[in-house]
Design a protein around this ligand. Structure first.
Ligand code: SER
Length: 590
């Protein structure tokens, strides 16, 4: 059988939908959310009325990530990263077509017998009436009345908790059991598994918790690839599907253990899930690298947790087991997510670097953990205090969640609040240090600052020339004395590389290149190969600064008029500021 993703996308394409690529797994311009958790998230502006360049019918498979599931990964059905298929109507079709097509896809394309299907629809509330209309459409398709349940907001209303487009939905359930499906649908019976959710979006929930009617009526549907594949392949364990089979098989080979043993199977599922999530996050053009904050911290936790479970399976963690698995993921997913191919080398480097870093301390950390917990046990203390959890984090790189897991395995727990207190104290201390250091770094528009700003653009491009296109800006700080530029790159620069970068920048300065600015849409900027922060909004106008033909960057400015104004460029320092992030300090000597 063709795979579910292709069947789905082709089907909706045949119904006039345009297939759009998955958006980044990191939401753009939404600092409240670390990862996209649903297919509709990147489409919010269009659901709210902005015009999408590809029209009003869209379909895609979106990279999603649910952090809430991280600690549950290990059972048969949870994943951190997962894929969500979806089709959208942006003010185009509504309930009738949506229901008819869902029914057609399930029964004709996937060949699911109608006897195995049931649906829920919205019971109604103060805002909207009961959704008899959807129930009618389902019956038109042949779903019997007894298989339609009317439920309340907890079940049949969908929106992101923080607000945005929302509405009632109809959910489709599949009977997952050898027994014959009961005539009457009981949504409480766990053998009915939800496979598809069609949301009929008519409202926008504002920050003040008010519901405004949307000008356009939208459809947003979502189908989880992993769960539906398990159903189609008739297994009750997602990791036994064609998605995972070869990966689990490989882990069995590497570890010389069997998936039939439930304890080992749990470790294998964690390794399989985490390596896929690591590849997907690292492949993203958002250039996430392991760190101690935000997405970088999740990435770090995933890599470290994967290593710890590999160790549990007695895999030699210093072997290339992780790279071998990562390569299998590359093969499977690059067709849908071309960024994987583009960023292959970086993924391997990031993985190797983080593993090396952690594997050095893991053994010692485990010994330390055992020593501490033995002492505590003798004293009948069952909670590891915050200071100790912080020490394990700070000295041995144990994420507190991991220490929590270790503790759980021997019937203990950790004082997370205490950990946070120590962590914050530590942060404040280092922040105070940082403020002292950069007191002079007021960002003004003095002549000297402007020069450093232009030099930063040259440096950015020169780094790409020397180290490869994967190098991207991670941060920049300029004052009148120097520039400081953080960028993604997995290892220390050699002297030759530094010299090369320096001489390219100086070469460009001596070429006396004109610096020009143009305004254009983000799309145009992208097409012209400008680097910089892209928002996903078509039609947004941005400034693009060009330095001769050499550099093109989205930026607010200001800049010098000609590079001849800059003086001589010198790199003063090159150092690491986190895993996979390097920092260059440089000056202009007049
Ligand atoms: N947004 C809905 C969901 O995530 C349908 O796509 O279930």
């Amino acid at each position: 059988m063709k795979n579910l993703k292709d069947l789905y996308l082709n089907f909706f394409e045949s119904k006039g939908h345009k297939i759009i690529p998955s958006a980044s797994v990191i939401p753009e311009n939404d600092p409240t959310c670390l990862f996209n958790t649903a297919g509709m998230q990147p489409l919010i502006p269009y659901l709210l009325g902005e015009k999408h360049p590809l029209g009003t019918r869209l379909t895609d498979v979106q990279k999603c990530f649910r952090l809430t599931d991280l600690d549950e990964v290990g059972d048969k059905t949870h994943h951190t990263f997962f894929e969500m298929l979806g089709n959208w109507s942006l003010g185009d079709y509504f309930k009738k077509e949506s229901i008819a097509w869902s029914f057609e896809f399930l029964t004709k394309e996937l060949n699911i017998p109608i006897e195995k299907l049931a649906v829920t629809v919205f019971r109604g509330n103060d805002l909207v009436d009961a959704d008899n209309e959807s129930a009618e459409y389902w019956m038109e398709q042949g779903i019997p009345k007894e298989r339609i349940a009317f439920l309340g907001e907890e079940d049949n209303w969908w929106g992101v908790a923080t607000g945005g487009p929302c509405g009632s939905d109809t959910e489709i359930f599949y009977w997952r059991s050898e027994e014959e499906a009961p005539i009457v649908f009981d949504p409480e019976d766990k053998r009915w598994v939800e496979i598809w959710n069609n949301v009929f979006m008519q409202y926008n929930k504002t920050a003040e918790d008010k519901y405004e009617s949307l000008e356009q009526k939208n459809v947003d549907t979502g189908m989880g690839v992993e769960r539906t594949t398990a159903i189609l392949e008739n297994v009750d364990d997602n990791y036994k599907t064609s998605i995972w089979k070869d990966i689990i098989g490989k882990i069995e080979d590497i570890s010389n253990k069997s998936y039939e043993n439930e304890n080992d199977a749990r470790c294998m599922r964690i390794i399989a899930d985490h390596i896929r999530a690591v590849v997907i996050i690292t492949a993203d053009d958002a250039n996430i690298v392991p760190s101690n904050t935000d997405q970088g911290y999740i990435l770090r936790r995933l890599i470290r947790r994967m290593i710890r479970y590999a160790k549990k399976l007695e895999i030699d963690i210093n072997s290339d087991f992780d790279i071998e698995l990562a390569k299998m993921i590359f093969k499977k997913y690059s067709k849908y997510y071309p960024e994987i191919d583009r960023n292959k080398d970086r993924i391997i480097e990031v993985l190797t670097l983080e593993k090396n870093k952690f594997s050095r301390t893991l053994e010692k950390g485990i010994k330390e953990f055992q020593k501490i917990t033995e002492i505590l046990k003798k004293q009948n203390i069952n909670t590891i205090n915050g200071k100790t959890v912080f020490r394990l984090y700070d000295t041995f790189g144990f994420p507190p969640e991991m220490t929590g897991e270790f503790a759980g395995e021997i019937g203990m727990d950790i004082d997370m609040e205490g950990f946070k207190k120590h962590f914050n104290e530590h942060q404040e201390k280092s922040r105070a240090g940082a403020t002292e250091k950069f007191k002079g770094g007021l960002s003004d528009h003095s002549e000297s600052n402007i020069k450093y700003h232009t030099a930063t653009h040259l440096l950015h491009q020169a780094l790409k020339d020397v180290l490869g296109n994967d190098v991207n800006q991670k941060g920049s700080n300029i004052n009148s004395e120097r520039l400081r530029f953080d960028f993604s790159y997995p290892s220390k620069l050699t002297d030759e590389q530094k010299q090369k970068v320096e001489s390219i920048v100086n070469q460009k300065i001596s070429e006396a290149l004109d610096v020009t600015v143009e305004e254009m849409t983000v799309e145009e900027a992208k097409q012209k190969g400008a680097v910089g922060l892209f928002t996903n909004k078509y039609g947004d106008i941005v400034k693009v600064y060009s330095i001769g033909d050499y550099s093109k960057e989205i930026c607010g400015g200001p800049h010098v008029k000609n590079t001849s104004e800059l003086g001589i460029f010198k790199i003063k320092k090159e150092e690491a500021v986190g895993a996979g992030v390097r920092r260059i300090k440089a000056v202009l000597e007049i």
